[in-house]
Design a protein around this ligand. Structure first.
Ligand code: ADP
Length: 369
């Protein structure tokens, strides 16, 4: 696996059960997957030699992030390396503007958008759709970093100054709900979709995942069909996470990732097959697991580094006093606003389950619950 962050760490945990050896490409010996004992190689995802060494003798090479330059993915494939997802599909997840154009060309529902390289194009988009706008960095953004609400042309020029290669523009949408759907797909096209999750964001960062999403069954069916269609048409292999907005009761595709995803952490205790085991099964071409929930309601709350830089690991005992919660700490250095772990609870009713997961997460974040 290229990358050794929390996604690699949790994939490593699933690999242990399946008797699979996961080798990770880590930036440092302190990366979360390395601290969890995964066999590792220190190197850079932007160095062909490091990627080649990682791939040596591996059945398949997969990813926990989007930071491998596309030309290197193509070189690896030309070497005969089995990439999952394949280079062409992975490229889709790496550039928001390219992804949006691809999805729109497939006729899929996406928000109005434009790729702007100059101030004049931003002004035109603003006069067409109204201010404020949302400007996104096409590459490298996550957890809302790279997403800016642009009030007027003055703010727009500041954003452009930082992103000389252009920005993806969207109107500021009146989003009623945000949803996420996970799909796993094998190279021969076997696919399964998980129940639709509702994701709840604060400051453009996902804080909570509630499953099943409180939406009509027809909308849930539509969301799952959309995710299955996108997985098939983009040639995904492994996990695909589709993020959707509900606007005026209709689904719009926000973005997709071709790897395990934060919105899928609920599956570790909440589903018959965790997203990490499912990703391994899919990239290895093994039979896919059952995606059903094990309880009527499952909620995951992210643990985000508090402003005082406190370490959640010091509050584990207190958090575990909350009944029936499952803690996951990623072994990361605490920093304000950084995702350091998550808590999942399962039960009969969303509100009760959410209350327990929030209480434990809040204790870990240093609050009094
Ligand atoms: P990232 O890749 O950093 O998560 P996203 O594009 O998913 O960035 O945006 C992060 C969050 O910002 C979304 O989950 C949503 O809450 C908000 N957001 C994104 N685009 C828009 C938009 N056009 N209108 C309103 N809110 C938006």
């Amino acid at each position: 696996m290229v990358g050794a962050g929390q996604l690699a760490r949790m994939t490593h945990q699933a690999a242990i059960d399946l008797g699979v050896e996961l080798r990770v490409l880590a930036a440092t010996s302190q990366d979360p997957a390395v601290l969890a004992g995964a066999v590792h190689q220190i190197g850079s995802p932007a160095e062909l030699a490091d990627l080649r060494r990682l791939a040596e003798g591996a059945d398949v090479v997969t990813f926990d992030h989007e930071r491998v330059p596309p030309e290197l993915l193509a070189r690896l494939e030309a070497d005969g390396v089995n990439l999952a997802p394949p280079a062409r599909a992975k490229l889709l997840a790496q550039d928001k503007a390219h992804q949006r154009e691809h999805l729109a060309a497939l006729g899929l529902p996406v928000p109005p958008f434009a790729l702007a390289r100059g101030l004049r194009e931003i002004e035109e988009f603003g006069s067409l759709h109204g201010w404020p706008l949302v400007a996104k960095a096409p590459r490298g953004g996550y957890d809302g970093r790279g997403v800016t609400v642009v009030a007027d042309a003055k703010v727009a020029s500041a954003v452009l100054g930082e992103l000389p290669d252009g920005v993806l523009l969207e109107p500021l949408l009146a989003i009623e709900q945000e949803l996420a759907v996970l799909v796993a797909r094998t190279r021969v096209g076997e696919q399964v979709a998980y129940p639709v999750a509702q994701t709840v964001q604060r400051d453009a960062m996902c804080r909570e995942i509630r499953v099943p999403a409180p939406i009509p069954p027809q909308l849930a069916d539509k969301a799952r069909s959309l995710a299955l269609e996108i997985a098939e048409r983009s040639g995904a292999v492994g996990l695909l996470a589709l993020e959707l907005f509900v606007v005026d009761g209709l689904l719009l595709v926000n973005e997709l990732a071709l790897r395990p995803h934060n919105s899928g952490h609920f599956t570790i205790e909440g589903s018959c097959t965790s997203q990490f085991e499912q990703h391994l099964r899919a990239v290895l071409g093994w039979p896919l697991g059952v995606p059903d929930l094990v309880a009527p309601a499952v909620v995951t709350v992210n643990v985000v580094g508090p402003a005082d830089g406190a370490q959640p690991a010091e509050r584990v005992a207190e958090a575990l006093a909350v009944p029936g919660v499952h803690l996951h700490l990623y072994g990361k250095e605490p920093a304000p606003g950084r995702k350091l772990g998550h808590v999942t609870a399962c039960g009969a009713q969303i509100a009760e389950v959410a209350a327990r997961a929030r209480e434990a997460a809040s204790i870990l974040e240093g609050g009094s619950a």
